[in-house]
Design a protein around this ligand. Structure first.
Ligand SMILES: [Zn+2]
Length: 279
């Protein structure tokens, strides 16, 4: 659907932040010495919910707040500003808050482990003018060296470290209070199957495969249909999905019986005959 400008901006920010986290996860994945990595946690401490981008557990617990800012920024009187814009939320304050909430949470569960907290600016095209030199910040040009140092830091892990990682995962809150979806109805949404690679709507069916007219990518009809079913379920979690719903959603020129067969094979059918739906 077409999003209002403010929602579009919000979406792009979320997407950019997510891409930054993925970039950072790729770096921590490469750590060779023993370490436990827990990413993307939503925790609750003292009735306050807070997000953590990445934790690396060695003999010290490393906490990372990852920012994917791009372009020129400057630092002034304890605040961050884009070169031509208004003050943004100070990531160092966010980091302090997460660190103190996390350490309280761990103490409550009987863990005393040293915590080292860092803000990571992951985007190679990020520059901070007047940058403070006494703050826990890792700049893009320092990432390489930092990861080497992190890799070499002491990492004799024992059962307690593993228990700690399990505890953090078990404390993860699944319902995010940040989840603010714009309202949408079925008839506001653009229908049609999309290419799994470039997300284009220009796809055609050729036998058992679908072909993207934009990028040439091919996919099994079955997997493409099931991808569409996943979208439907995500968008309308309470809806009972019928073959007609899927046909209408995919907009592919395929006989209804073929869609039916795919759904029967992959999902559990309930109801009967023309009233059957899939779970
Ligand atoms: Zn494509």
């Amino acid at each position: 659907m077409n999003l209002p400008e403010s929602d579009k901006q919000y979406f792009l920010n979320l997407k950019k932040g997510f891409e930054g986290e993925v970039m950072f996860d790729k770096l921590t994945e490469k750590l060779e010495n023993e370490s436990l990595i827990v990413n993307d946690l939503l925790l609750k401490s003292n009735n306050t919910t807070f997000q953590i981008d990445s934790i690396v557990i060695k003999e010290t617990l490393y906490l990372f707040e990852v920012k994917n800012y791009e372009g020129d920024f400057y630092y002034q009187s304890d605040n961050f500003y884009p070169m031509n814009g208004n003050k943004i939320q100070n990531p160092l304050h966010q980091l302090n808050r997460s660190e103190s909430l996390l350490s309280q949470l761990l103490l409550k569960h009987g863990y005393r482990i040293p915590i080292e907290a860092w803000v990571v600016f992951i985007n190679p095209a990020f520059t901070l003018y007047q940058s403070p030199k006494d703050k826990p910040i890792i700049y893009p040009t320092q990432l390489d060296f930092f990861m080497k140092k992190l890799n070499a830091s002491p990492s004799k892990l024992n059962g307690r470290h593993h228990k700690l990682a399990e505890l953090l995962v078990s404390l993860h809150q699944h319902e995010s209070p940040y989840k603010e979806l714009p309202k949408y109805e079925d008839d506001q949404l653009k229908k049609g199957g999309t290419c799994k690679t470039c997300h284009s709507f220009s796809i055609s069916v050729n036998g058992r495969r679908i072909i993207c007219e934009e990028c040439g990518c091919e996919e099994d009809l079955e997997s493409a249909v099931m991808r569409s079913v996943k979208e439907l379920k995500l968008l309308f979690p309470d809806k009972k999905i019928t073959t007609n719903d899927v046909l209408d959603w995919c907009q592919v020129k395929v006989a209804k019986a073929r869609i039916s067969r795919i759904l029967k094979k992959n999902l559990k059918a309930s109801g009967y005959g023309q009233w059957s739906y899939y779970e």
